[in-house]
Unconditional design. Structure first.
Length: 311
């Protein structure tokens, strides 16, 4: 049985899949299997993936497009390892990523979730690395409280994450009814119940050049997590409540951008303003036109190699 099962969901990533897959094959730690789930790609993604002849690669094809969560779940169900690592088909692992995850597993046996920091490749080939301020944490260790430390830029992306199989046995798989913020939903369920070991070394590269710009437009047609459900489930957990309000804030802005007043009003009605910063409250209540101008300005800055946010 391999030490790691690496799951790569694949849908129309012909520009990126070769480099992403290669970044797994050059890992310094080589005991793994790779499961690629082709979710009915309509470009050359599948044919590019099939050019790789490594016997550790298994390609599974969906008969119909099912979405990211279903693709991950397909991989989880057939994975042989007790440790399942995820890599999006447009991100990259640095050669020491799996070796660092193995180090975390061995160093922190009380943990069931493992991840490293990441850097961001911007559209001008500039590399950005955030410097996170995590209370009670140095270079690696157990994150004291995931929710308190993710009220700004997330400290890890999905491609940074490795999950012990016992987590899925306990809380279930990814929610296939959600097609936006699937990872937020899984993080809420998993981080509320399991310890999380983390390394502050950036061993994953997130490609901003391929980012879906829905974050700048709106959420029409998207199903997001049910934050009200989790608020009721975790009554008394002020850390989770604050995290949920932060998620409501980010999604509320997107509903306003798309002109969806009904969902905007419904979402922000549950926010306790003391859980937001003054800047966030002002932005949330700003006119749609102003938000659109700020959003367009953010996109322009990203193209110039600058990263800004409203957190």
């Amino acid at each position: 049985m391999p030490k790691f099962s690496v799951i790569i969901p694949l849908f129309n990533k012909e520009e990126f899949i070769k480099d992403s897959l290669s970044s797994v094959l050059i890992q310094s730690f080589q005991d793994f299997e790779i499961i690629i789930i082709n979710d009915c790609s309509t470009d050359l993604s599948l044919s590019i993936a099939k050019q790789f002849t490594d016997k550790r690669i298994k390609i599974v094809e969906h008969s119909k497009n099912k979405g990211l969560s279903a693709s991950r779940n397909t991989g989880i169900k057939i994975a042989k390892s007790d440790y399942i690592a995820f890599l999006d088909a447009d991100d990259l692992w640095k050669p020491g990523f799996l070796e660092k995850i193995k180090f975390l597993i061995e160093s922190y046996p009380q943990a069931s979730l493992f991840a490293t920091k990441y850097d961001i490749l911007l559209k001008n080939n500039k590399i950005l690395e955030h410097q996170f301020q995590i209370k009670g944490f140095t270079k690696h260790g157990i994150i004291p409280n995931f929710f308190e430390n993710n009220l700004n830029q997330s400290i890890f992306y999905p491609s940074c994450l490795c999950v012990s199989r016992n987590v899925f046995d306990a809380i279930g798989l990814y929610n296939e009814s959600i097609n936006y913020s699937e990872d937020v939903d899984f993080n809420i369920r998993s981080q509320a119940n399991f310890k999380f070991a983390y390394s502050d070394e950036a061993l994953v590269t997130y490609l901003r050049v391929s980012e879906n710009q829905i974050t700048q437009s709106g959420l029409d047609g998207k199903n997001i997590p049910d934050y009200d459900f989790y608020e009721e489930k975790f009554i008394g957990r002020n850390d989770i409540k604050k995290y949920l309000d932060f998620q409501r804030y980010t999604k509320g802005k997107q509903y306003k951008l798309s002109g969806n007043k009904k969902n905007y009003s419904k979402l922000i009605a549950k926010i306790d303003n003391k859980n937001l910063t003054t800047k966030q409250i002002i932005l949330l209540k700003s006119p749609r036109m102003l938000l659109q101008l700020l959003s367009n300005f953010k996109i322009l800055l990203q193209k110039m190699g600058f990263e800004v946010n409203s957190y």
